[in-house]
Every structure is written in structure tokens, then in C-alpha cells.
Ligand binder design. Structure first.
Ligand code: EPZ
Length: 422
């Protein structure tokens, strides 16, 4: 297995281009199942998760061509040959469950493996099931697979979700586009990736309104046509790299960054003593003065502080002045980066869903272990500012969500290299 060697070496300066959003692309790709006509995505990120979703769609009979070094995905689901999403693929990536809604809507049936738990939590699918059953689907769990059918097609309904689940919102909205009649989805998730999905579905002929608000209304149509859609900028990659100059000092411009995608995150950085300025090319980030000030963080559904930036923010708080309390309200086990940061000299106490971080002057490089996608990059950020060398192991997690991390950080002056595993 490969590892990444990082050497703390002072301020970073320059520009980092931000790619298309992994979590938008992973819901835009299954949307191809809703139409017999071609769907083309541009600005797609080059990530292993995208390759996994490609393999899943191809296993259903869809054609997916990766063009222009992976930045364009040309897809066509004219002839689907299967309606089963196999455990072997789904267990690797939970987002595989996003084929459930589209397959039900297009084929009237779907067999999708339950994803099983993952490092950060149980991540059940009860909210997906409740929403699709509200649209008339019959779903039963057998041998670890969800067997869903809607022989007479789906029917619009008014449905309020118990929690604003991102994935459940995406599955229900995609299914409702081809249901008979009107669907009103209440307590819908408001993430920018959902807004991006709806904008793409609208280009395909879907009748949808309210995206980005807690109530989304969908008028079902008979069929959807093809479209071409540019994937929205990745706000989590953006937020991650905004933390590089915050942790190391210097000034970095994030090309393609948009303030509307990271408002609550940028506000927290501002409170911590980090300036975030909009430029005509993106966002420019630098420390306002000397040391960073500790701030408290509570993760919430959008537009609150994103859970996917919690690990990275904790890395910044490790060397901030004062005490920071980070409360993780979305996932039940998303502090696995904490013990690794402690190995680097951080002072962190975890009690249930709360981590208390007391800033220290400087972290010390050490060999550490990546446990999940966002934890892996928080360890790299910590290594950038630590004294000496940090080796981050199990970087396959990283490849799932960050394209060309070494190249992007090297380009602003980081001492970082990827060590090929034996
Ligand atoms: C999406 O996951 C993202 N993944 C996650 O990003 C992100 O952390 C999460 O939303 C929250 O923002 C993709 O978009 C591919 P949820 P999703 O359904 O849809 C519970 C990353 O690092 N829940 O909003 O799975 C669930 O267990 C990944 O890029 C139920 O209880 O998130 C969790 O505690 C990690 N029942 C909470 O809700 C359900 O039916 C949030 O889950 C569904 C979810």
C-alpha cells in the first residue's frame, strides 16, 4: 500500500485548482438510468469513487465512456441488462445505493445490496426506504439486499423525512421525476450537490422546484431526455485546501472556489483569524495575523458546518490558541483521526460525539494511519505544519476523494511525496 511522506516546512503560496464535486458526480451519474438518451457530464473529478460508480453502471448495462483524461463522462442507458447492484461493488462505496431510486423509476424494480457499515458509522437506509415506499414502492430486505418493486409505476406523494438525509433526498427526487403526479418532499437536504442534481434533471426535462430549500416539489413526467451538465465545484476539496495556508501560513488562491459553497465554513475560519477573500478567479486565503484562535464547531446539514470538513478543521485547531470544542452531530463515529493527531503531539479528549482540543505550540511529525477519506487528508494538513516528517499510511482512502493531492500541494510549496508501497 502506498503512503504519503510530508515534511513540515513553512508557509505555502500560490494557486490550487479545485475539481468537480465527488458527491455531486456520484448522484449525477446514476441519473443516466432515468433516460434512454445520452447524459454527458463535464468537469468530472478523476477519483477512484468515480471509477467504482462507472463499474456499477456498466454492470447494469449502461455505457459509460471516460473522455478527456476522465474530465468528461459520456453515458447512455438505452439498454439496461440488469437491475441488481451487487454487494461486491456496493460494499466498497455507499453511494452505490443511489441507483435504487432511478432503477425503480425506470424499470419498476431494483435489487440493491445494503452497503453495510463503514468506518464512520452504521449508515442505514431507512430514510431512503420510507421515502420510496411513500411513492408506492414495495421494498423488502432479503439476504442483505433490498428487493424493491413498483410494478404499476411510482405515484407522487407528500412525504416528510425524519432527518434531512442527503442520499435519501437524492434517491427520492430522482424516483419522483418519473412518478405519476406530484411529489412534495419535506425536510429535504439542502446541500449544493442536490441543487446541482436538480439543475441537471431539469435539463433532462424534469419538472422540479424548491431545490436548496427544505421543501422540494416534483411534477412527474413520462420520460426524460438526454443532456450535458457541468459538475459543480467540490466544496469539500475547496474547504480542505483553504486550510493549507491557514495551518501553514502564507497565501493560497483556490481557483474555481465560490463563497456560496462554503459560507458557514468561511465564517468559522474568519472567527479563527483566517481571512477568506473573493477574487475573480476564486477564493484567496491567508492568516490575518500571527497565531490562529481556537473556535467551537458543530457539524450540521447544509447550510451548517459540513461534517466532511470536521476532521480537517480539527487539524487546524490542534495548534490554535485556546480550547476548541468540536461536536459531530451527523455521524456517530467520525473522530478516528483524533488518536492519530494525538500521536503527533495534539492534546485532544474525545467523549462520545464531542472532541475537546487544547492548542499546542507545534505538532511533531510521526507515522500515522488514515482511517477514512476525510481523516486521511486532515493528517496530511497536520503534517504540513508539524516539525519533521509525517508518514500517512493507507492512502487508498485519499484516492477516493482527492485528485492529485501531492501535485496540488507541491505546487504551493509543500514538501510532500507519494511513496510506492511494496
Ligand atoms: C452524503 O452521505 C455524503 N456522501 C457524505 O460524504 C456526507 O458526509 C453526508 O452526505 C452528510 O453530508 C455522498 O454524497 C456520496 P446522509 P449520505 O444520508 O447521503 C443517517 C464523504 O466524505 N442516515 O445525509 O450517506 C446516516 O447514518 C462522504 O464524501 C440514516 O440514519 O449521508 C448519517 O448518520 C462521507 N438513515 C446521517 O443520517 C438513512 O436512511 C447523514 O447521512 C440515511 C442516513
Amino acid at each position: 500500500m502506498d503512503s504519503i511522506l510530508v515534511t513540515g516546512n513553512g508557509p505555502l503560496n500560490g494557486q490550487i485548482p479545485i475539481a468537480g464535486a465527488k458527491n455531486a458526480c456520484l448522484t449525477l451519474m446514476p441519473a443516466t438510468l432515468l433516460s434512454e438518451e445520452p447524459l454527458t457530464l463535464t468537469n468530472a473529478p478523476r477519483l477512484s469513487d468515480i471509477k467504482t460508480m462507472t463499474a456499477l453502471l456498466q454492470s447494469l448495462g449502461a455505457e459509460v465512456s471516460s473522455l478527456q483524461e476522465g474530465q468528461v463522462l459520456a453515458m447512455s442507458s438505452h439498454d439496461l441488462t440488469s437491475h441488481t447492484a451487487d454487494y461486491e461493488i456496493v460494499r466498497k462505496m455507499r453511494a452505490s445505493n443511489l441507483v435504487l431510486g432511478p432503477m425503480l423509476a425506470r424499470l419498476g424494480q431494483a435489487v440493491v445490496s445494503l452497503p453495510g457499515g463503514c468506518a464512520i458509522g452504521a449508515r442505514p437506509m431507512d430514510l431512503h426506504i420510507e421515502g420510496l415506499e411513500a411513492l408506492g414502492a414495495e421494498i423488502e430486505l432479503k439476504d442483505g439486499y433490498l428487493h424493491a418493486k413498483a410494478p404499476g409505476g411510482l405515484k407522487g406523494a407528500v412525504h416528510e423525512m425524519r432527518f434531512a438525509s442527503v442520499g435519501a433526498t437524492e434517491n427520492i427526487v430522482m424516483a419522483a421525476t418519473l412518478a405519476r403526479g406530484t411529489t412534495v418532499l419535506k425536510n429535504a437536504a439542502r446541500e449544493p450537490e442536490i441543487v446541482d442534481l436538480v439543475e441537471c434533471l431539469r435539463k433532462m426535462g424534469a419538472q422540479i422546484s424548491g431545490e436548496g430549500s427544505p421543501v422540494i416539489e416534483i411534477q412527474g413526467v413520462d420520460h426524460l431526455h438526454g443532456a450535458t451538465h457541468q459538475v459543480v465545484t467540490d466544496r469539500i476539496e475547496l474547504g480542505t485546501y483553504m486550510l493549507a495556508p491557514a495551518i501553514c501560513g502564507g497565501e493560497v488562491e483556490l481557483l474555481g472556489g465560490q463563497m456560496r459553497l462554503v459560507e458557514s465554513f468561511a465564517a468559522k475560519l474568519d472567527a479563527a483569524g483566517i481571512s477568506v477573500m473573493e477574487t475573480d478567479k476564486g477564493l484567496k486565503v491567508a492568516r490575518k495575523n500571527g497565531r490562529v484562535t481556537a473556535v467551537d464547531v458543530v457539524t450540521e446539514p447544509f447550510p451548517g458546518f459540513p461534517t466532511d470538513l470536521q476532521a480537517q478543521m480539527m487539524a487546524l485547531m490542534c495548534t490554535a490558541e485556546g480550547v476548541s470544542v468540536l461536536e459531530e452531530r451527523i455521524f456517530e463515529n467520525r473522530f478516528m483521526h483524533a488518536p492519530e493527531l494525538v500521536r503527533m503531539g495534539a492534546n485532544i479528549e474525545v467523549h462520545g460525539g464531542t472532541a475537546t482540543v487544547t492548542g499546542v505550540d507545534r505538532l511533531k511529525g510521526a507515522p500515522v494511519m488514515a482511517t477514512d477519506l476525510r481523516a486521511s487528508v486532515s493528517l496530511i494538513l497536520a503534517g504540513l505544519a508539524a516539525e519533521g516528517e509525517t508518514t500517512v499510511n493507507r492512502v487508498y482512502h485519499l484516492d477516493r476523494g482527492y485528485e492529485h493531492v501531492v501535485r496540488k500541494l507541491e505546487s504551493v510549496g509543500a514538501k510532500i511525496e507519494r511513496i510506492k508501497g511494496q
